[in-house]
Design a protein around this ligand. Structure first.
Ligand SMILES: *Cc1c(COP(=O)(O)O)cnc(C)c1O
Length: 806
């Protein structure tokens, strides 16, 4: 779309007048934001309709990405960037007297996700559209996204995230596409005309209304859709019998219970909570999503054997794995197909992505819950299970003694990962190491039966948002040096390798980084009234707070450095600024205590004159996509220090690397592939390998206390948790201390402490040699192209979905 700045300014003034009846001088930043998005939406909507018509006309295969989470962040800038209007709009706003930064932040982050899994879904949508691929998102329009974190006296307090307060500019309500979803009731098998029919009675009816969000491709003609479903009650379906008035209250109960379904996102990351409402949300997403896909399919086709040629369904973890029995139900009960045909079609349409092997995150629903909420679905899962166990018994006699542990239903529970593997044609892990762990350990027996189903798709991030948009100066520098090809072909970033030793290029890279650090420092100064040294190492640890991500290990290193300062106030130390951002699930007490320990450490260190600005610790409130966008361009060091084998991939590691930060990390998830790309000299690795972690777990011969006893540094640091160093009582951090010493340190924090400290010393030495540091930084940027989600999506498209650019 080519519009000039003059045209933009004129359209802006017109739109402002017709929408708000205001002049430019009277308009607030919010009104300016709304005006820009309305203008942009006019342009997008035209393309959107064209894409849709074309996709229907050409009847190309479509992919639907089912996910309980889409962590979109703001769309204004990425939509402007992709539509080719970002600089026109920014210049135009300036001409009109607005500051575009202040205008754009009027958009409230769409926080419909917890962390990596939800952000991955958002990056995938951006890449699908940018590669002209017919791929769409299917999710839930939660009224409240992930909670807002407010820090009060160093503690996390959760506030509701009412992101729809000011209307969401990008969505379009499509009442005409509504469908019904049914819960509860009884299922009867009745014989009619010599056929067994399924009759479902006395169910609760829920109306599912879709809200579509356009997903704009980068400088192309494609606009795909993210369809977010909202639950509403159906007044007409409710029978008001008597005049006594009781029914009215029953109706209110019903309405309340229905509206709850799309009320809020569960704030848990890598943890499973077997709550009824969550199950309801999952079935709501799956049933509404499938019905709308099938109704579109039926407009062109009546042969359901064609479905796998026209539709691919990817499920983002097991959360939407009820697509398998629900598709079976629709094909059998609504379309009258037999079991074998329906099964063939279903298992050729659905593909499953595994995101974790953490036991505490594996979904297992109690039988009674599924049976009473979804009686027909339960019958189908039961039949799938019977047939699956039989097939192991007859076709794989060598696995007969493993049937109980492989069953979909066992010990009163339904194992959703087992259902997802049995009912799909592809099972992928999200990094090489993680896929190997699936194949050789966690899902070994399934791999024996279905070796052809298992494959790897290493995660990626959209370089358009995470480099071009958040780090404009770096993007400009890259284009000036190697041309603009890398934008369409991010692997072209490898051209930078020829500049790694180029003194003037190094200097330019250093300038860009310094500018970004100054911007972040200004933000921290204005929001937190803390002055930070832009010459210090910006050491960044941003991600959800979880035991396995080991924010605690980082803290112990910080407390160790602090102790060195106390012991020797004149110690030579390259100044460091440690930056944390993390939300803890509201019910995860350990994680919340770690947050409090970070803020307490921050108070101690930042206010201790002995430290003399050698160390600063900053906890930034309310970590979300927009905050990540502020921090990442300014990072020198990227903390990726999970217990090996626990982080399936990580994507924060990729964003930081792409912005020139060096990784300090374990050989876990995609860190392994980052090291493979940049070489061991351009990353700081340390700690146990996943094999060593497995060995300890198997042999049970890890003794955390022995390490505590033998490492003086650790003893000094850990004792601070219980010797009134932080507080007058010694209760506050006792749990953390106990989890390490009495519960034997599940995540091997003590075990990895020594090698982590050593790796951090290596970081400091390297930073003192700026030339060597910049060379490593450039090398990281040069190799980051592999981690563009464009590469990931091309692999999914070719190797799983079989979809093609329009
Ligand atoms: C990228 C991202 C994540 C994932 O980070 P990891 O370090 O991979 O856990 C989580 N939250 C937000 C807001 C992100 O942008």
């Amino acid at each position: 779309m080519n519009i000039t700045q003059t045209e933009f300014v004129q359209s802006f003034i017109d739109k402002l007048t017709t929408t708000f009846g205001k002049t430019v001088d009277e308009a607030t930043n919010k009104e300016a934001y709304q005006t820009v998005s309305l203008l942009l939406k006019d342009i997008i909507l035209r393309k959107w309709q064209k894409t849709q018509n074309q996709q229907v006309e050409q009847d190309e295969k479509q992919m639907y990405y089912f996910s309980m989470e889409f962590l979109l962040g703001r769309l204004i800038e990425s939509n402007l960037l992709n539509a080719g209007l970002l600089s026109t709009c920014e210049e135009g706003l300036k001409e009109l007297g607005f500051n575009s930064d202040k205008v754009f932040i009027e958009e409230h982050d769409a926080g419909l996700g917890n962390g990596g899994l939800g952000r991955l879904a958002a990056c995938f949508l951006d890449s699908l559209a940018s590669l002209n691929l017919p791929g769409h998102g299917v999710g839930i329009r939660y009224k409240y996204g992930l909670f807002q974190q407010k820090m009060v006296n160093g503690y996390q307090v959760e506030l509701p995230d009412y992101w729809l307060k000011d209307d969401y500019m990008w969505e379009t309500k499509r009442s005409d596409k509504s469908v019904e979803v049914h819960f509860g009731g009884e299922v009867l098998l009745v014989s009619k005309d010599n056929h067994l029919h399924v009759e479902h009675k006395n169910f609760e009816r829920v109306l599912a209304i879709p809200y579509d969000v356009p997903i704009v491709g980068y400088e192309n003609e494609t606009v795909n859709s993210l369809r977010l479903w909202s639950a509403e009650s159906m007044p007409n379906s409710f029978h008001f019998h008597s005049s006594e008035g009781h029914d009215y209250y029953h109706y209110l109960d019903y309405k309340r219970s229905v509206e709850q379904i799309s009320e809020f996102l569960y704030p848990d990351d890598s943890y499973y909570e077997g709550r009824l409402l969550r199950l309801k949300q999952q079935y709501f997403l799956v049933s509404a999503g499938l019905q709308s896909i099938l109704s579109r399919f039926k407009r062109k086709h009546d042969d359901f054997f064609l479905l796998p040629q026209k539709v691919a369904i990817q499920i983002n973890d097991t959360h939407p794995s009820l697509v398998i029995p629900e598709l079976m139900r629709l094909l059998m009960d609504e379309e009258q197909l037999g079991w074998d045909d329906a099964w063939k079609i279903t298992t050729s349409t659905v593909a499953y992505t595994n995101h974790t092997t953490l036991v505490e995150a594996l979904e297992k629903w109690p039988i009674d819950m599924v049976q009473s909420l979804l009686p027909r679905i339960y019958m189908i899962i039961n039949e799938i299970n019977e047939r699956f166990c039989q097939s192991i018994y007859y076709d794989h006699p060598e696995l007969r003694d493993k049937i109980a542990e492989m069953a979909i239903i066992s010990y009163g529970q339904i194992h959703m990962a087992h259902l997802a593997i049995a009912g799909s044609f592809s099972v992928n892990g999200v990094a090489k190491l993680h896929t190997d762990i699936l194949k050789n350990r966690e899902m070994k027996n399934f791999h024996t039966i279905f070796p052809e189903r298992f494959n790897n798709k290493t995660n990626g991030i959209t370089h358009r948002r995470w480099l071009m948009n958040v780090n404009r100066n770096l993007a400009q520098l890259l284009s000036n040096s190697i041309g603009k090809n890398w934008i369409k072909e991010p692997r072209e970033l490898i051209q930078l390798i020829k500049y790694t030793d180029d003194a003037s290029f190094q200097e330019e890279i250093a300038k860009v980084k310094l500018k970004n650090k100054e911007r972040l420092a200004e933000f921290i100064q204005s929001e937190y009234d803390i002055k930070i040294d832009t010459q210090s190492i910006f050491d960044v640890h941003i991600k959800r707070l979880h035991g396995y991500k080991r924010q605690l290990l980082n803290l112990f290193h910080i407390l160790h450095l602090y102790q060195l300062c106390r012991d020797n106030p004149n110690i030579q130390m390259t100044p460091r600024t440690f930056i944390f951002g993390a939300k803890a699930a509201p019910g995860y007490h350990f994680a919340k205590q770690v947050i409090k320990l970070i803020t307490s450490t921050s108070d101690k260190i930042n206010n201790d004159p002995v430290v003399k600005d050698k160390l600063k610790v900053i906890f930034l409130e309310n970590y979300n996509v927009s905050l990540a966008e502020k921090i990442i361009p300014a990072a020198d060091i990227s903390e990726q220090i999970s217990t090996a084998s626990k982080e399936a991939s990580g994507t924060g590691n990729m964003k930081l690397m792409m912005n020139g930060a060096l990784t300090i990390g374990t050989l876990d998830g995609a860190n392994v592939e980052i090291r493979d790309m940049v070489g061991p000299n351009n990353i700081f690795t340390f700690g146990l390998t996943s094999e060593q972690v497995f060995e300890y777990q198997q042999n049970g011969n890890y003794r955390a206390r022995d390490i505590y006893n033998s490492d003086q540094r650790l003893r000094v640091v850990m004792d601070k948790l219980v010797n009134q160093f932080f507080t007058y009582d010694d209760v506050e951090f006792k749990n953390i201390y106990y989890s390490l010493l009495y519960n034997n340190d599940e995540y091997f924090v003590l075990k990895d402490f020594d090698s982590y400290v050593e790796a951090q010393q290596h970081v400091e030495q390297t930073y003192r040699n700026q030339k060597s540091w910049l060379k490593k930084s450039i090398t990281n940027i040069a190799h980051s192209g592999k981690f563009s989600s464009d590469r990931t999506i091309s692999e999914y498209a070719n190797e799983i979905w079989d979809i093609h650019p329009l």
